[in-house]
Design a protein around this ligand. Sequence first.
Ligand code: AMP
Ligand code: MG
Length: 401
Amino acid sequence: MLTLDAAYRRLLARAHPTEPESVPLAEALGRVLADPKVTAAIDVPGFDNSAMDGYAVRAADTPGGLKLAGEITAGASALRPVEPGTAVRIMTGAPIPPGADAVVPVEIATEADTVVEVGAAVPGDHVRLAAHDTRAGDEICLPEALTPPMIAVLASIGIGEVRVRRRPRVAILSTGDELVDVGQALASFQIHDANGVALAAAVREVGGEPVLLPRARDDASEIERVLTRGARDADLIVTSGGVSVGRHDHVRSVLETRGSLDFWRIAVQPGKPLAVGAIGGTTVIGLPGNPVSALVVFELFVRPVVRAMSGLTGDGRLHLRATPTTRIAKDPQRRAFLRVTVWHEDGQMHARPAGGQASSQLRPLAEANALLAVPEGADAAEPGRSYEAIVLGPLDLAHWR
Ligand code: AMP
Ligand code: MG
């Protein structure tokens, strides 16, 4: 059995970034810039402008009564200079006219007919200077998946199209004679194929493009056929089921005989029977069949691989330390990833089981907001000790407590 860290390194060594493509900025949410460094071509803002609705003045003329000499709106084109003894009504974002060096907010001014009585101002009051946010030539570094604020920054410097990494195409194959499509009636002893849809969702969540392959029965030649076809236009193949030691577990042997098997079995709970190899030059990650194991192993291994293919590093998750409120038993041979609810109280992060920890108990994973990592060697997570928690969801889960 490989340790988690050794398996992680070997898997990451197989992940290469996809080639860049251009997309409109409006469609770039979650995409990763092929080159994270962007050089601004323009100043932002491009001109001195008002930070308030008020009056553009010469600060030396204030406080006092000034002659009202017109109005400047945001987007105004022509500007007349502000002469001594005058004020010009000005809106937020409107350009500061020549002559003026301050803005007096409406809140400290009173307008009557053609005269405005303004409070005191010093030069620079409520004036946003040109380039105070970004200066032409500035290098802006955006190394993470694009967020709305990053998109706003790119828009502000006039970039309407971005070069981003193509979304990695991840083919998904569910294997198992017992499986039936979601939405179809179950005959005796059948179960719904939860992994197909769940893994597709997990791929989409991490920025990949899922491609669902036709499900394969527990039959070596059928698995081989689907894998070989899937390998043609996928960057990565993720299978579920059929990687254990049962007589009808064929995924690993297909890799061994028709492609290559890099490693098999990792010291992780849940998820021991992970098989990694390649077919037709495409990496195949064979996940265990239990949906809990499949999704936890996806989280630990597939997620960072898809991120690496997208040009990102790490798992993009918040990692913190939390202390269990009760003892949670585990297998001492393996590193456990317990399904827990973590919350903040009295200046500390606490964890409690989100439900049963059997790998066949799926609902606790759905209700958990974190995986608590308990090292090899320990036979339980102990109250009073803290462990690493990988945060999967919001910390404010009061409605589930
Ligand atoms: P296996 O890894 O094939 O031995 O499967 C382990 C367990 O996971 C068995 O109880 C399977 O019925 C179940 N299982 C396998 N594939 C799926 C799937 N796609 N959806 C839901 N459960 C599955
Ligand atoms: Mg099976």
